[in-house]
Design a protein around this ligand. Structure first.
Ligand SMILES: NC(=O)c1ccc[n+]([C@@H]2O[C@H](COP(=O)([O-])OP(=O)(O)OC[C@H]3O[C@@H](n4cnc5c(N)ncnc54)[C@H](O)[C@@H]3O)[C@@H](O)[C@H]2O)c1
Length: 488
C-alpha cells in the first residue's frame, strides 16, 4: 500500500498521542434552556451527510446549530465547511457562519462546545467513532447499519446506556407514516398472530476496479482503511473508497458493495426493512432464534472489485418456530406481514428515493407504500393497546430527545437498533458460513444471552482491529475498559 508521508504522520499522531480524554467533559449532561440550541458536529462529509443528514437537521434552526465538520479527505472537509456556510446563508442570511474543521474526529470530540455528533461514515468505522463519541459524552446520530459486527453493536449500546446519552440510528423508516401504521396494526393484532414476514431488500450489482492507482494527496487512506483486516496491503482504487469529483459526492460510494467495509444489502437495506420486521414483531429487546439459507456472491473476474452477496434466500425463525421471517431477493422491496388466516399488511417506500443512486426502487409509482389483502385492514386504531413510539421526522426526533434529555424518546434508539442490527448480522454470518456450500448454512442464536450456537459463528461476531485502530485502545483513551463495557 502506498501511503503519503503526510497522511501517515497525520494518522500516527492521531492514534499514538499519549492523550487521555479529560473524564470531566464526559460526565454531566447539558440541560438546554428553552432558547438554547444543540451544537452539532458532523463526522464524514460524503453522500449521506450532504444529501440527508446535514440538510434535514440544520433546517431546525430553532433546535440546533451546526458548528463543526470532520473528514479525513481534506477536499471533502473543505467542501463540508462551505456546505454548512451555504446552508446558513440560505436559512438565516448569515454571510460567513463560523464552522470549525477537523481532520481527526478525536479533536472534534475533545471540543467541549459540541453537544452532539452526526456520524456519517462507512460502516467499518461506525463502532470506533460511535463508542468514542458516547464515551466523550456526546449525543449521537449514527447512520445505519448500527454496527458491522454484533459485539461492536453491544459495545455502542452499553456505552450509550452507561453515559445516558441520546442515540438515533439512521433507520429512519420508523419515522414514516406507512411503516409506523403497519407495525402498530400488526402489534395490536389486526391480522392475528403473525405466521410469516416477507422482506425484499434489493440487489447490488457487480463492478469497481482492482487496478492500483496513486493515493490522492488529500486522502488519509491508511486511516480510511482503519480497522479492516488486510488493510496494510490493500491497493488504492477510487472505486474502493469514494469519488474524488465533488460534483458527484451524492453518488453511491464503491465501498458499500465491498466487504469488509460493508456487507452488502443484508446489512445495508436490511437495516431498513429487517428493522421494520423486528419492530412489527415486537422484538426490540430480543430477536430470532435461528437463520438458515443460501446466497450467491458477486463475480469478481476481470479485475472487478466489488465482492458482496447478490441473490439471497434466508429463513429466520422467531417465537419458537411459529413465525418465519423470509428474506429473499424475489420479494419486492418492503415488508409484508402475513397473519394466521392469510390476511396481510404491506409497507414500503413507494416511489420515494432517498438518494438519487438508490438501487432497485420502483420509480413508476405502481407499488403503493401501504397495501393490504383488504383495504379495511388498513384503518387506524384510535386508541391502540400497544402504541408504538411516534415521530413524524427522524432528525427532529433526535434533536428533541437531546433537548428533553430523554434517551428513550428516539424511535430508533441504541438498544432497538442493536437488536435489528443483530438480525442483519446473523444473516450475513449465515451467508459467510455457507460460502462454497450448495446447501448453505444455518446459525442458531440465543437472544437473551446474545450468543450463537457454534464457535465458528462466535468468531464472526468479533470487532475488527488493525494496529492502532482497535476498540480496546479507543475505549482506554476515554477511561473505559473493553471487557467491563461488554459485560454492561
Ligand atoms: N439511512 C439511509 O437511508 C442511508 C442511505 C445511504 C447510506 N447510509 C449510510 O451512511 C453512511 C455513510 O455513507 P455515504 O454513502 O455517505 O459514504 P461516503 O463514502 O460517501 O462518505 C463517507 C465519508 O466519511 C469519510 N470518512 C471515512 N472514515 C473517516 C474517519 N475515520 N474520520 C473522518 N471521516 C471519515 C470519508 O472520507 C467520506 O467523505 C454509511 O454507513 C451508509 O450505510 C444511510
Amino acid at each position: 500500500m502506498k501511503t503519503s508521508r503526510r497522511s501517515f504522520l497525520a494518522a500516527s499522531a492521531a492514534f499514538s498521542a499519549p492523550f487521555l480524554f479529560p473524564s470531566a467533559f464526559a460526565g454531566s449532561v447539558r440541560r438546554f434552556a428553552a432558547n438554547e440550541k444543540v451544537n452539532v458536529g458532523v463526522i464524514g462529509i460524503g453522500r449521506i451527510s450532504t444529501t440527508m443528514d446535514i440538510p434535514l437537521a440544520i433546517k431546525y434552526t430553532d433546535l440546533c446549530r451546526f458548528t463543526a465538520v470532520c473528514d479525513l479527505d481534506s477536499k471533502r472537509l473543505k467542501h463540508g465547511v462551505e456546505y454548512v456556510k451555504s446552508r446558513y446563508r440560505k436559512l438565516l442570511k448569515e454571510e460567513n457562519a463560523a464552522v470549525k474543521a477537523f481532520a481527526d474526529y478525536h479533536d472534534l470530540l475533545a471540543d467541549p462546545s459540541i453537544d452532539a455528533v452526526e456520524i456519517c461514515l462507512p460502516d467499518h468505522w461506525h463502532a470506533l467513532v460511535a463508542c468514542a463519541a458516547l464515551a466523550a459524552g456526546k449525543h449521537v446520530w449514527l447512520q445505519k447499519p448500527f454496527a458491522q459486527t454484533i459485539t461492536e453493536g453491544r459495545l455502542i449500546a452499553n456505552i450509550a446506556k452507561m453515559k445516558r446519552r441520546v442515540v438515533q440510528v439512521g433507520s429512519w423508516q420508523r419515522s414514516v407514516e406507512q411503516f409506523h401504521r403497519v407495525c402498530e396494526l400488526v402489534r395490536n393484532g389486526r391480522i392475528g398472530d403473525i405466521r410469516r414476514v416477507e422482506v425484499g431488500i434489493g440487489l447490488d450489482k457487480a463492478g469497481g476496479s482492482s487496478k492500483a492507482e496513486p493515493v490522492p494527496e488529500n486522502l488519509n487512506y491508511d486511516m480510511w482503511l482503519g480497522p479492516t483486516p488486510g488493510a496494510d496491503v490493500t491497493p488504492y482504487n477510487w472505486t474502493r473508497v469514494h469519488t474524488q469529483n465533488l460534483k458527484r459526492i451524492g453518488d453511491r460510494p464503491g465501498w458499500i458493495q465491498m466487504a469488509p467495509y460493508g456487507w452488502g444489502m443484508i446489512t445495508n437495506w436490511g437495516a431498513h426493512h429487517i428493522d421494520i420486521a423486528q419492530w412489527g414483531l415486537g422484538k426490540d429487546a430480543s430477536g430470532p432464534e435461528s437463520v438458515s439459507g443460501t446466497c450467491e456472491w458477486m463475480d469478481t473476474s476481470g479485475g472487478r472489485l466489488w465482492n458482496v452477496h447478490t441473490t439471497y434466500d434466508l429463513h429466520y425463525s422467531y417465537n419458537g418456530g411459529k413465525t418465519e421471517l423470509h428474506v429473499c431477493n424475489k420479494f419486492p422491496m418492503g415488508v409484508k406481514f402475513i397473519g394466521e388466516k392469510g390476511e396481510w399488511l404491506y409497507c414500503m417506500r413507494g416511489a420515494v428515493k432517498v438518494t438519487p443512486s438508490d438501487p432497485d426502487v420502483p420509480a413508476n409509482g405502481k407499488m403503493q407504500p401501504l397495501m393490504a389483502s383488504k383495504n379495511r385492514l388498513l384503518e387506524k386504531i384510535a386508541n391502540p393497546k400497544i402504541p408504538l413510539a411516534t415521530s413524524g421526522d427522524h432528525w427532529k426526533n433526535w434533536l428533541e430527545a437531546i433537548r428533553k434529555d430523554d434517551p428513550s424518546f428516539t424511535v430508533t434508539n441504541a438498544e432497538a437498533a442493536q437488536r435489528s442490527s443483530t438480525a442483519c448480522c446473523l444473516g450475513q454470518m449465515c451467508m459467510e458460513l455457507g460460502r462454497g456450500k450448495k446447501e448453505g448454512a444455518s446459525v442458531s442464536w440465543c437472544a437473551a444471552e446474545e450468543k450463537p450456537g457454534s464457535e465458528e459463528a462466535k468468531k464472526l461476531m468479533k470487532p475488527f482491529a488493525r494496529g492502532k485502530y482497535n476498540l480496546p485502545d479507543e475505549l482506554r483513551r476515554y477511561g473505559l475498559n473493553f471487557e467491563s463495557v461488554l459485560k454492561g
